[in-house]
Design a protein around this ligand. Sequence first.
Ligand SMILES: Cc1cc2nc3c(=O)[nH]c(=O)nc-3n(C[C@H](O)[C@H](O)[C@H](O)COP(=O)(O)OP(=O)(O)OC[C@H]3O[C@@H](n4cnc5c(N)ncnc54)[C@H](O)[C@@H]3O)c2cc1C
Ligand code: SF4
Length: 315
Amino acid sequence: MFWDIEGEPYTRAPGSDFAWLRARILGGRTNAWARISLRMSEWDFKPRSTDGMGDDWPISYEDLAPYYEKAEAYIGVYGSKDNIASTPDGLFQPPPKPRCYELLIKKACDKLGILCVPGRRAVITQPTHGRPPCHYCGQCERGCITASHFNSALVLIPPAMATNRLEIIPRAMAREIMVDGAGKARAVSYVDKTTGQEKKVRARAVVVAASACESARLLLNSRSEKFPNGLANSSGVVGRYLTDTLGSGMTGYFPQMEKLPPHDDEGAGGMHMFIPWWKWNQKRDFLRGYHIEFGGGRQMPYLASVNASKGLGVN
Ligand SMILES: Cc1cc2nc3c(=O)[nH]c(=O)nc-3n(C[C@H](O)[C@H](O)[C@H](O)COP(=O)(O)OP(=O)(O)OC[C@H]3O[C@@H](n4cnc5c(N)ncnc54)[C@H](O)[C@@H]3O)c2cc1C
Ligand code: SF4
């Protein structure tokens, strides 16, 4: 997983710094994500109409809202209803209590008139579909032994396997989607990474979900007489105009926290509070606004600390 994978044919264009964060693993990047589960707002779907930047989506927030609800009900998300325009409320389980440093930040935010509210994360605080609630060990980066946080491999795959209607083919790298004479997807050709052999599976329907960049690559690789520019690419824009959300981090030292009595800061292994987008709807010399995710305290060393020393990063 992550930027440098041994044996991956991955190069950067000269002068480019783009880090393509990929996951070659069952469950994809949900194995590493920080579980922050925010709904997109109606403005996110209509950016062109709102501030002139980007393009409006052909669907709206109302179209997607029932599916957010289904997902939240199944996977379990903690949070609180705060009626924030940039981040609509969802179906939340009770959030864990704020930690000391989070209360400190909240106090400062209140003074500045900036919203600081309970985090929204796919970690359960109530029993959910046979999964016990989080026991606040703070070791999520090792994988949650009780499946109290969401990742696809722990939460979605086991019930799918239990139906006996799912077959997982490990180490299979899809190379091309093959179409029939009518242009319908009918098979996927893949490389078995253990043997290097090319194999094929037939299908009535093919769902392309290999992540944004990999899906684009797979579609572009799927050229045929009918689709010489690749599948679903009549516009010619597959794999172009990709963008990313930029962030930056900083660390601070709070002397107020120096002499606190010993206490347990581990919590649900991530934010119990966060600062949702603000100033995103005000006109100034740049568009949009700010959003802060913060962490701190006195946690035990965890797997990411070990990885950091090896140059690997985890949330
Ligand atoms: C460290 C980290 C922290 C993050 N934190 C958050 C967060 O807090 N909140 C949030 O909303 N998002 C977060 N994200 C982003 C989020 O995890 C991803 O946006 C999301 O998981 C993408 O899902 P996906 O299914 O599109 O792709 P992926 O999760 O990348 O899954 C793609 C799957 O396809 C497989 N695959 C790829 N190519 C092929 C191929 N050719 N043949 C066969 N299989 C293939 C891969 O093995 C993988 O299993 C984070 C991401 C990272 C890395
Ligand atoms: S803190 Fe993380 S690893 Fe520990 S129980 Fe909660 S979700 Fe699981």
